[in-house]
Design a protein around this ligand. Sequence first.
Ligand code: HPA
Ligand code: ZN
Length: 338
Amino acid sequence: MDIKSFIANMPKAELHLHIEGTLEPEMMMSLAERNGVELPYNSVEEIRAAYEFTSLQDFLDLYYQGMSVLQTAFDFYDLTNAYLTRCFAQNVTHVEIFFDPQGHTSRGLSFETVLDGVTAALDEAERNLGITSKLIMCFLRHLSEEDAFETLEAALPHQDRIIGVGLDSSEKDHPPPKFMRVFKAAREAGFIAVAHAGEEGSAANVADAVDLLEISRIDHGNAILDDLTLTDRISAAQIPLTMCPLSNLRLCVIDDMKQHPIRRALEAGLLATINSDDPAYFGGYMSENYLAVQEALNLTHDEIRQLGRNAYLGSFMEDSQKAAALANFDAFASANSP
Ligand code: HPA
Ligand code: ZN
């Protein structure tokens, strides 16, 4: 099987996906109309034309503005459902989804409005499409520690649905120490911890996220490769990295896909994975991310296989589910490798 078909048909797991980042311009327009929300755009083309980012902050400004069209549980259901339909078409069999409760509660929505809509779609996709899922809520790092504690409090009755806490938004001025206490409280309450680190920030941010926030997985982690000692340490501990090639390109974390560090990450023994981050904003879902980095770096079948397998290995599936998913993946890979 040629490499492009191998990527398309390979069973895939996505571990870094912001559900609000799957809001396609078409849905943004239709929800704005349905809910009577004013947008500063008159067409889908105008929205797409605005997606020329020079930094993470540049993107975040539009991402928070886009979210404003999401008003009801039904909107969150539609959003999640559209994403999962695309997953099915791309042979994504397992997803671990982020949501940003503070992006919605700050606009007057209840935590439950968001959760009910998202989980209804996740449950339906498991029944109808066989796609399994986990849900992780992120704290917005540009907001206060107190606000994060309030969000943790709101999540406590929903631990049957939310398995973990994450940390996203502006990395540069909001490094990990600010969230040490709330992460400790979240872990003590039984949540798994993950955090965005080393995307625009330095290797030191990644080390702090690991040491101070005690995270089980690193979101992005590109900057790890700048520090040999840290690379060896993360590699030895096999802490998974959820890398996002098209996101990195569109947010100018790299200037060219040929600079993407994913092959170097594999060569260093890191448990690197490929993910889409905010696919509606960055120009591609899972297959497009695999294809972009495969083409730019001329990744081999074996490297693609390793990246695909790492995603199941680095997932938060229960052991028996993980073993079954890995067996399914390995059967595909051995039947279809050159
Ligand atoms: N980085 C930080 N915050 C985010 C991202 C990201 O890639 N996507 C959505 N919120
Ligand atoms: Zn992200």
